[in-house]
Design a protein around this ligand. Structure first.
Ligand SMILES: *Cc1c(COP(=O)(O)O)cnc(C)c1O
Length: 403
């Protein structure tokens, strides 16, 4: 082996990008559109590729890195718990889990006092959908146009994008999609066989669309009146992203079920479905998960809530989001249709395809995401420095200039 490069322990291959990319490409499932970039490490809102090049990270683990990379509190919590106990299925009790459940109940919207723990956003939504059917004895689920709720069969049935859905039909029966922010359309779709209405408070993958207060409050009222349950999917909007711990706090609403995941355990895989008083009929063996509620993820999730509170990351997201959107709105480019967002969930709606712009940004040292084909989405860690956001805005301006 070449002595000048560090070698990988198990493969004995030198570690630099082309090697890593070739190795992964030979075996990857093929479900991901890949960027030719191998990330090796990160600190805060910066990441470095395997050749040592630095980037400002506005992908933020696709929403899983709200605390930033390498957060010392998360590292400490994981390390300590890993040495103590990793596996403890929920047939047993565990202190970390108990404390986490109590903390979640304390910070969640009123009434959400029971918690089902799992390992991802899709799984959290599967749980919510099952609990809704169990509780109501009804079948129907009304989701929304442009919704994204995950890719397992139940969650996928609620996801809007036909490209994701069609190859896997028939999906779960009883799902329909009503236009978002259209209360009349929701009313027309919620019937006496509707178990639940499933909504994102801000649509993330669907293009960064904010729910209006009237629509969200109207949805809650409609569900109450017609005996359906209201599920908020806060998988992307939760954990400080929009400037509050959970986005529904902006509106003062009380969903019957709320799902979270992504950043809830500081980047460690974890999801949760929070359960309100109108949800009935959950009993032993109704649902379950081997890894759900494992002490390692619970310890990371407890540390995450502690950091969120101590460092007021939601407040930081609110202030920095305003700042970033202000900077972006001052860019004079005919290619920008609209800048919109809430907190640090920010979308730049373009008049051109976003993919070449993302590539250009990467060459300028900024990593960002799409949301649909023409929206540039920014999900920076909430610990990002304002000076880094200046660099992001400058990079977007020059990427658009040269497009
Ligand atoms: C990412 C996301 C999901 C799916 O989460 P996974 O952990 O990828 O399964 C569900 N809902 C929303 C709103 C999301 O943004």
């Amino acid at each position: 082996m070449n002595e000048t490069f560090p070698v990988h322990q198990s493969t004995n291959l030198p570690i630099y990008q082309s090697t890593i990319i070739a190795l992964e490409s030979a075996h990857t499932s093929g479900v991901y559109p890949k960027r030719p970039l191998a990330l090796a490490r990160g600190v805060g809102a910066r990441v470095w590729d395997a050749d040592g090049r630095e980037y400002i990270d506005c992908v933020g683990g696709q929403g899983a890195a709200n605390l930033g990379h390498g957060h010392p509190d998360i590292v400490a919590a994981i390390s300590a718990q890993a040495a103590r106990l990793i596996s403890c299925p929920e047939i047993f009790y565990n202190e970390q889990r108990g404390r986490l459940m109590a903390e979640l109940a304390a910070v969640a919207p009123a009434g959400l006092e029971r918690v089902f723990l799992c390992n991802s956003g899709a799984e959290a939504n599967e749980a919510a959908l099952k609990f809704a059917r169990l509780s109501t004895g009804r079948i129907g689920v009304v989701a929304t146009v442009r919704a994204f709720h995950g890719r397992t069969m139940g969650a996928l049935s609620a996801t809007w994008n036909k490209e994701y859905r069609q190859p896997f039909e028939p999906l779960v029966p009883g799902f329909c999609h009503a236009p978002y922010n259209d209360l009349a359309a929701l009313e027309a779709n919620v019937c006496d066989d509707t178990a639940a209405v499933l909504l994102e408070v801000v649509q993330g993958e669907g293009g960064v669309h904010l729910g209006t207060p009237d629509y969200l409050a109207g949805a809650q009222e409609l569900c109450r009146a017609r005996g359906a349950l209201l599920i908020f999917d806060e998988v992307q909007t939760g954990y400080g992203r929009t400037g509050r711990l959970f986005a529904n706090e902006h509106y003062g609403l009380e969903p019957d079920l709320m799902t979270v995941a992504k950043s809830m355990a500081g980047g460690v895989p974890m999801g949760a479905c929070l359960i309100g008083p109108r949800v009935q009929g959950i009993k032993p063996l109704s649902h379950g998960s081997t890894f759900g509620g494992n002490p390692l993820a619970c310890a990371a999730a407890l540390a995450t809530l502690e950091v969120m509170r101590r460092d007021d990351l939601p407040g930081r997201a609110a202030a920095l989001g305003e700042y970033l959107m202000g900077r972006l709105r001052r860019i004079e480019s005919p290619l920008i249709r609209e800048v919109r967002g809430l907190g640090l969930l920010v979308g730049v709606d373009l008049r051109v395809k976003v993919t070449p712009i993302l590539q250009k940004l990467q060459s300028l040292g900024v990593l960002a995401l799409p949301a649909g084909s023409t929206v540039l989405r920014l999900l920076p860690p909430l610990v990002i420095e304002q000076t880094d956001l200046d660099r992001v805005a400058d990079a977007i301006e020059s990427a658009l200039d040269s497009a």
